[in-house]
Design a protein around this ligand. Structure first.
Ligand code: ZN
Length: 413
């Protein structure tokens, strides 16, 4: 038996006037998803415990069977693990986004947040800019005094680790939840350490906006990557071992460090797919082909495929992109999987981790639809994969039960 998980990040939504009162899942033709859903179990699951902000970190932890209420310290430690960065006791990790704030003459805290990703900046430029920033004498002295080190990535999502960083009282905000808002209320606040981090962000703006790569981006009509943005703080974390718990050898395919980190910390392998970008131009088909190879040729029992594109498109206000990426998940990911696994026994779980709303461009709590299909037959819902149809089926109150459903194992308390 082969087991497959497909997460369409932020695919679920609410009905929106932009789409004539429908959700994106209701608006796009998704024949494969609908066939699997009609021929399998269709239900609803709640992945993000309400004591945490709604987001992929807690949602995907839940999906992989790790209860965020037990093991979540923050998002950045998971991403640090993806880079092989081991946190020491007392270390505090942050996400350090390359973001874009409004240019012009206003004070720093009156600038609007134009992008949490500097308009989906390319990895090479993003890494070069953050390295140049941390090497700049004016910035380096402040960073050293704060005990802060950067671990650059080839995306807009860098990681910082602060030795003996004090998380008490510190309030940081995810920039993608406050797009087009004035940044002031969302800057670090609540503690002395917050003031230090805020000072670093302000200094980064002074330096980054003048760097040649940013002047060139502006000349090309692109958003300058003119500010770093700290958020997602957390201390060292340990997660339950997936192979030991479920008795399955597994691998994860994703473009985003969060999923790579969860894989590293749960004892799952990570499979790199060329052209997997985390954006709508990602290599959808490649993800499915590598998953099939892992299952049929490399001895894996389980592969989890994560596709970030629908979430990114929603944050970027790109509704056509969200629709396209859902169609591509259907055609290229699920279409390829079902075609290449024809004749094999398999069980596949397809879901959105959380809702990302077209109307707000932010995440939201709530049930999201899941489908669980077994190639050998069994329960058949007869329904297409949509949010409303999911609500008609079984309700799974806690996403941590999903792997037990997929593997048909007894849930452990
Ligand atoms: Zn998101």
């Amino acid at each position: 038996m082969r087991y497959i998980l497909v997460i369409g990040d932020g695919m679920a939504d609410d009905p929106t006037s932009v789409l004539g009162g429908k959700t994106p899942l209701e608006s796009v033709d998704t024949p494969v998803m609908d066939r699997l859903s009609a021929g399998g179990v269709l239900g609803s699951v709640w992945n993000c415990p309400q004591e945490f902000p709604a987001g992929s970190d807690t949602a995907i932890l839940s999906i992989f069977g790790c209860d965020p209420r037990v093991c979540y310290t923050g998002r950045a430690p998971l991403e640090a693990a993806a880079q092989g960065v081991r946190l020491r006791p007392g270390d505090l990790a942050f996400r350090c986004n390359m973001a874009s704030l409004e240019e012009g003459d206003m004070p720093f805290d009156r600038r609007r947040i134009l992008s949490h990703s500097s308009g989906g900046i390319d990895g090479e430029t993003s890494r070069a800019l953050v390295e140049e920033l941390f090497a700049h004498p004016d910035f380096r002295s402040l960073a050293e005094a704060a005990g802060l080190e950067v671990h650059p990535t080839l995306t807009y999502r860098h990681i910082c680790v602060q030795a003996q960083g004090d998380p008490k009282g510190l309030v940081l905000s995810p920039p993608h939840d406050h797009l087009n808002e004035v940044c002031g209320p969302y800057l670090p606040h609540g503690s002395a350490n917050a003031e230090v981090l805020r000072g670093l962000m302000e200094k980064s703006f002074e330096i980054l906006r003048k760097l040649p790569a940013n002047l060139q981006r502006q000349a090309e009509g692109k958003l300058p990557a003119n500010c770093i943005w700290f958020w997602a703080e957390g201390t060292a974390v340990e997660l339950p071992n997936f192979p030991a718990r479920y008795g399955k050898r597994g691998a994860v395919i994703s473009a985003v460090p969060l999923c790579h980190g969860i894989a590293a910390l749960t004892g799952l392998d990570r499979i790199e797919v060329p052209g997997a970008t985390g954006e709508k131009d990602t290599n959808y088909r490649g993800k499915a082909e590598y998953a099939v190879r892992a299952l049929l040729e490399q001895g894996f029992d389980f592969v989890g495929i994560h596709v970030e594109a629908p979430d990114e498109c929603t944050h970027n206000g790109d509704t056509p992109g969200k629709l396209e990426s859902i169609a591509a998940i259907d055609r290229e990911v699920l279409g390829t999987l079902t075609e290449k696994l024809a004749g094999e026994d398999y069980r596949i779980l397809v879901l959105s981790d959380h809702k990302t709303l077209t109307d707000t461009r932010g995440h939201a709590y709530g049930y999201v639809p899941f489908l669980l299909y077994d190639s050998r037959g069994g329960e058949a819902s007869g329904l297409a994969y949509t949010e409303a149809n999911g609500l008609l089926g079984p309700h799974v109150e806690n996403g941590t039960a999903l792997m037990d459903l997929l593997f048909q194992t007894e849930a452990k308390a």
